[in-house]
Design a protein. Structure first.
Lengths: 222, 222
DNA sequence: TAGATTGTTAATCGATTAACAATC
DNA sequence: TAGATTGTTAATCGATTAACAATC
């Protein structure tokens, strides 16, 4: 059936990363609008106006989620939020382990917002015996030597690294060996992984550079 | 003098943000190479090979810093690092204040690496009287009510926000009123600023979405 | 109906990638 | 010299923006 083939091709169509990054921003905005004001319908014009994104881009972004709007009215807020949730797979949460229960690790453990985005950090691991056995933000801290076994037993797929730079590669290797297939790297160093393993490196230096370059150009202009 | 005009036009030429984000990655890599192995010259081919970036892009990126390489040899590592430092303005460090000395704030205060990128967080502010007067990672914590005065007196231009979402806008307003012109926002909420003020929002939800979508597509394919 | 908004196709813009002469 | 690499110009690719018919 030709119609089916077209549909299959469409599902394979690549998702632009910039769009992907904007979707949670729309979602956060919609949730706010939903809670604070009881609005039933919202237009791309209004979303764009409030978020400083041109309306055409908002529509293009939302298109990918298969959200359907009504001409003149806009999108039904609840439906739109559901479309985003659905598209991003927030219906079924993924469980993750975090290694390195320092300040940064604790900050992440304490951020309950991740659950909303389908991520549940269920436990943390550390090398420091003083931390092992305690809880941070209600999450248990285990000895790092339990990591391999627990990843395997629980079938955990996502690992979060918040260790000092010197330990990041070692932790990475343990995680991958145990079956982790996606790593969120907050350590201030590059990690090497075999092809196929997904890495998201949160590089603060890159962000800082963008900020300070913009500032430098601004100060220069004034 | 026409030559001069062309030069002026060139300095105004916009810098692609992706390039800007990659420059510190090259720099981190070069520093590592410089310390671990005593290499004098390095080629775009080798840099690209190690960082998974195609060599043409490496050359294009480095071109913007006015770095000059030698055919057959590559770039002088020290010169290249200097060119990047110079282009990004890391020669003269900028001082910054941080507001919100929680786990995340403490993590940022403790990361000495920022100094290398031209940013020096010189003090922090908090509302919690138990924290005020203490130091975190050697940085003094002041009462939030001193913020306006100290920004003005010291002419601070960069503010970092690591408060809970509920306080972020209030802190933003105080900062801007006192003369801050660039804000690095780590709070889990959007902040509104007047046009002209630079905001860099570290949105973890966006990063998480990219990671988990990649994972979902990977798991689906296997 | 008139007007605002959606959905979709086309045009533009900018970043990435390719090609290749110049050079050490 | 031969071969690898740079520097620069051109081609490609993908995201953003524009245009406009369809629609409520």
């Amino acid at each position: 059936m030709p119609g089916n083939n077209i549909r299959n091709l469409q599902t394979v169509k690549p998702i632009p990363e910039p769009t992907l990054r904007r979707l949670p921003i729309y979602y956060q905005y919609l949730k706010k609008m939903c809670n604070e004001q009881k609005i039933e319908y919202i237009s791309a014009t209004q979303i764009g106006g409030d978020l400083n994104i041109i309306p055409i881009q908002v529509r293009k972004d939302l298109e990918i989620t298969d959200a359907v709007g009504k001409p003149k009215l806009g999108y039904n807020v609840i439906e739109l939020m559901y479309a985003i949730e659905n598209f991003l797979g927030w219906n079924n949460t993924t469980e993750a382990f975090l290694v390195g229960a320092g300040n940064l690790g604790s900050a992440l453990l304490g951020y309950n917002g991740f659950k909303e985005y389908g991520l549940n950090i269920i436990a943390a691991f550390d090398i420091d015996e003083n931390k092992v056995g305690t809880t941070v933000e209600g999450k248990m801290i285990f000895n790092i030597n339990k990591l391999t076994d627990m990843i395997r037993r629980m079938g955990i797929k996502i690992g979060i690294i918040t260790t000092p730079p010197g330990n990041a590669q070692e932790v990475t290797d343990i995680m991958i060996d145990a079956g982790i297939c996606a790593i969120w790297n907050f350590s201030h160093t590059k990690i090497n992984v075999p092809t196929g393993v997904i890495v998201q490196h949160e590089n603060l230096a890159s962000s800082l550079v963008v900020l300070s370059k913009k500032l430098a150009m601004f100060l220069q202009a004034n």
